[in-house]
Design a protein around this ligand. Structure first.
Ligand code: SF4
Length: 110
């Protein structure tokens, strides 16, 4: 499943209209309630997963207005296997790679 598929699935999943408590236990559960307020769910998902080399500025403009941008960026940085492509939290692949490099560098220096 690609990140694009995952986002589409999340936007269309029937569980979005149900109580999250039905699906997640407290132990080890990650609060993904912020996804209910994702501005990109109201837009074309294709914008967030452009072909390699294409512009990401349109998606980043949407992210700049999204109230869950911080949660989304944190999720993307914490789950690189699930967010290898696309724009998440206003960050594209290159942005996330740069932040991860910086984080590793700071950890090594500590
Ligand atoms: S920050 Fe961007 S990618 Fe994340 S939920 Fe909001 S609009 Fe979607």
């Amino acid at each position: 499943m690609t990140a694009r598929d995952a986002m589409r699935w999340a936007a269309e999943a029937a569980c979005r209209d149900e109580d999250p408590e039905l699906f997640f236990t407290d132990e080890g559960a990650e609060d993904l309630g912020w996804q209910d307020r994702a501005l990109c769910a109201q837009t074309d998902p294709e914008v967030f997963f452009p072909e390699p080399g294409h512009r990401t500025s349109e998606a980043k403009k949407v992210c700049a207005r999204c109230e869950v941008r911080a949660e989304c960026a944190e999720y993307a940085l914490g789950n690189p296997d699930l967010t290898q492509s696309g724009v998440w939290g206003g960050l594209d692949e290159r942005d996330r790679a740069a932040i991860r490099r910086q984080q590793r560098s700071l950890e090594e220096a500590a």
